[in-house]
Ligand binder design. Structure first.
Ligand SMILES: Nc1ncnc2c1ncn2[C@@H]1O[C@H](COP(=O)(O)OP(=O)(O)OP(=O)(O)O)[C@@H](O)[C@H]1O
Ligand SMILES: [Mg+2]
Length: 408
């Protein structure tokens, strides 16, 4: 008898990767025999409704794109992880407790080259009747300009928990600093030294045990930030970027996350790597979109068939033992990579893919060349761009996906 694994998709507004994921899964008709058991797969979009905490979920694994802002599904995810061992991409426990700020702290301790970062108290204090008394007794007056001078201009002011570029300001001088701070209102902010004059912005996207490092241009419009460019980093630097992304993910038990690094000479500076819901839209990823959809599918199938467990807790000590040691930076990178690849069972995963998922590349290629995919592409472009740009952008995306299909 075959086990039918149900993969749940917890979605917001996106129709692109989810549609492609469903199409790929259905076209692949997976029927995997492992250790004498047969495994088949279905996916389902999850709807939100009242739930009994003792109810038994039907899902083996859930890909979550919603819980970072919507608390009903977030609490449901916690329940199904704690009570029913459902595997989640991502772990809501650590993503809730460990946002950008915690990620900076942890990766500083591991010795990565995070630019100097300070946390500054709110401009407008929290609404709490105890605040005035507490502040009067315990809040030290501080000189914002002095903190900025210690860091040095230019610098960035950005929310401690960040996301979607909201509230991020590049600051060149004292006046701009005061203006940005006044505008920050109730948001808790970091000040961070700018990595100026960097050579390359390398943004990596990790899905389970796989990582794609892409050249990113933050000054371009959304649809044109990821550049189709191969070999743009020295191999050793590219490897370091991969290690940083995987280390963050293995450390926090995140499995679907992007990591931004600025590369200057041979130095790699990580600046942002806690994205609970990384951008995987067709519009942004274009050429790299098929890779992301395949990686999501392969990792989900691997987790379901192998019975991989999602640990809710962290294992900080193994990492800090390396971070606190007197190893050189390069030695540490080697250790982190080993720990991360171990955590993600990279060898098992690769071997599993060869054994059971060898046909996925071909299925994806056929899908991307199909009318079904073209209809998805057209729908997504129409939903994204103004009418007068439809034709131009449909051709633009067709060209990029054709380049992917022809170039593989
Ligand atoms: N220390 C820094 N040095 C240079 N540029 C920076 C620095 N910090 C942020 N930036 C620039 O500002 C952008 C937004 O900052 P950051 O990624 O930290 O915020 P975010 O809200 O998480 O953005 P997103 O959701 O787009 O990832 C970065 O992509 C980068 O271009
Ligand atoms: Mg960012």
């Amino acid at each position: 008898m075959a086990t039918k694994h149900l993969l749940g998709l917890l979605l917001g507004t996106e129709e692109d990767w989810s549609g492609a994921f469903e199409a790929l899964l259905s076209r692949a008709r997976l029927d995997i025999v492992e250790h004498g058991d047969r495994h088949q797969f279905e996916s389902e979009r999850i709807t939100i409704e009242p739930f009994n905490l003792r109810a038994h979920p039907r899902y083996d694994l859930v890909i979550d794109r919603l819980a970072h802002w919507y608390f009903v599904p977030r609490e449901w995810l916690k329940k199904i992880a704690l009570m029913n061992d459902v595997y989640l991409l991502n772990n809501p426990f650590t993503f809730q407790a460990m946002e950008k700020h915690a990620a900076y702290c942890a990766m500083m301790r591991l010795g990565f080259k995070i630019p100097d970062t300070w946390l500054i108290p709110h401009k407008n204090p929290p609404h709490n009747e105890r605040f005035a008394y507490t502040a009067e007794r315990y809040n030290q007056p501080f000189d914002l300009e002095q903190v900025a001078q210690t860091i040095g201009y230019p610098l960035y002011m950005k929310p401690f928990d960040g996301g979607a570029w909201v509230g991020v300001t590049r600051i060149a001088d004292r006046d701009a600093l005061q203006k940005a701070y006044n505008e920050s209102g109730e948001r808790l902010m970091h000040l961070q030294a700018a990595v100026d004059g960097f050579d390359v912005f390398a943004r990596s996207l990790s899905i389970g045990a796989e990582t794609m490092v892409m050249r990113f241009d933050p000054d371009r419009p959304q649809h044109d930030r990821y550049q189709v460019d191969h070999g743009f980093l020295k191999p050793s630097v590219g490897d370091e970027v991969v290690t940083i992304g995987r280390t963050v993910n293995a450390f926090f038990r995140w499995e679907f996350n992007s990591c931004e690094t600025l590369v200057k000479g041979n130095q790699v500076y990580p600046i942002d790597y806690a994205n609970a819901c990384p951008d995987v839209s067709l519009i942004s990823l274009h050429y790299y979109f098929p890779w992301a959809v395949k990686a999501l599918l392969k990792w989900s199938v691997f987790c379901a068939v192998s019975g991989r467990r999602m640990p809710i807790n962290l294992d900080l000590l193994s990492w800090f033992t390396v971070g606190d040691s007197d190893m050189t930076y390069d030695e540490r990178l080697g250790e982190y990579r080993r720990l991360a690849d171990d955590y993600f069972q990279r060898d098992d995963y690769e071997e599993f893919c060869v054994r059971h998922l060898g046909a996925i590349d071909e299925v994806m290629l056929e899908y991307v060349r199909s009318n079904e995919f073209d209809r998805l592409l057209v729908r997504v472009v129409h939903a994204t761009f103004p009418v007068h740009e439809h034709e131009q952008f449909v051709e633009h995306y067709r060209g990029l996906l054709k380049a992917w299909a022809d170039g593989r």
